[in-house]
Design a protein around this ligand. Sequence first.
Ligand code: UDP
Ligand code: MG
Length: 314
Amino acid sequence: MKDDLLSIIIPAFNEEENIPVTSKVVLEIMSEAEIPCELIFVSDGSKDKTFAKILEQSQKNPQVRGIEFSRNFGKEAAIRAGLAKAKGDCAVVIDCDLQHPPETIVEMYKQWKNGYEIVEGIKNSRGDETFIHKMFAGIFYKTLSFLTGFDMENTSDFKLLDRKVVDILLDMPERKTFFRAMSFWVGFKTCQVTYDVAERAFGTTKWSFIKLVRYAISNIVSFSTKPLALVNYMGVISLFAGSILAIQTFLRWVLGKASEGFTTVLLLLLILGGGILLGLGLVGTYISAIYEEIKCRPRYLIRLDTDVISENQE
Ligand code: UDP
Ligand code: MG
């Protein structure tokens, strides 16, 4: 059965209560379905006892492994670190709070066995998210689907990847990754499995509104350059409008009806100024993204590793 190992990657940020539950529930479901698996918890610089709990689980059961980051590097970095550590022939990424139903992994694994190289988890419903959250998520995915040309609506990080795809993702040199969209970009034989978002088992969501907005902007910038073209369009439109206005003013002047409009001038200045600042800001956002990439800093730093700890104990 060596060729069938499934790595289950679980990013965890301040999830001390969820570690024992998630680990138990997932392992039970996998053993019932007779799926050989390993659990890889990545504690993303947690401030609570998350890593201690991971270590406890790993000492009880060698199927459980885990690492701890030196600080909070974000979920994307945690997913990548998990993929890098995975030994499986396929890997699935799942949230630590049991919002992604682990039973769905069994279905995903079956599809992988049927020859699919990527199995996307698609949300049926968005669970107990607030109206505002659902609305922003809707706008974000519509924009993203438009900009990237992939239908990304209701997608999530809950997906299973074949070893081939995992290796390709790990080989990609960019620092700023967007896991959800990368699996679309690589292509491969893909199928979808739908699931209902469950309620969070313990604790609260780790995303504040500001963090989500930043995440949205950074993902759009890292995945599409179309917004830059928008600056050009804005320039063309305002130039066109300006020219029309100039012609009209000139004609009125010829007809002896020179327009006196301090307010018009002010308004125009404000609108143009706003447009120029927005354009500059947009260009700046891309330059800062390039700057971050070009520094080539490591994507994350590992402070502790259960494999190393158990080796030292032997
Ligand atoms: N997470 C992480 N690093 C972060 C924020 C979140 O590893 O900086 C993990 C978190 O522990 C969870 C998953 O990402 O396993 C999804 O986070 P959360 O449940 O807070 O997001 P939501 O389900 O509310 O979108
Ligand atoms: Mg959650």
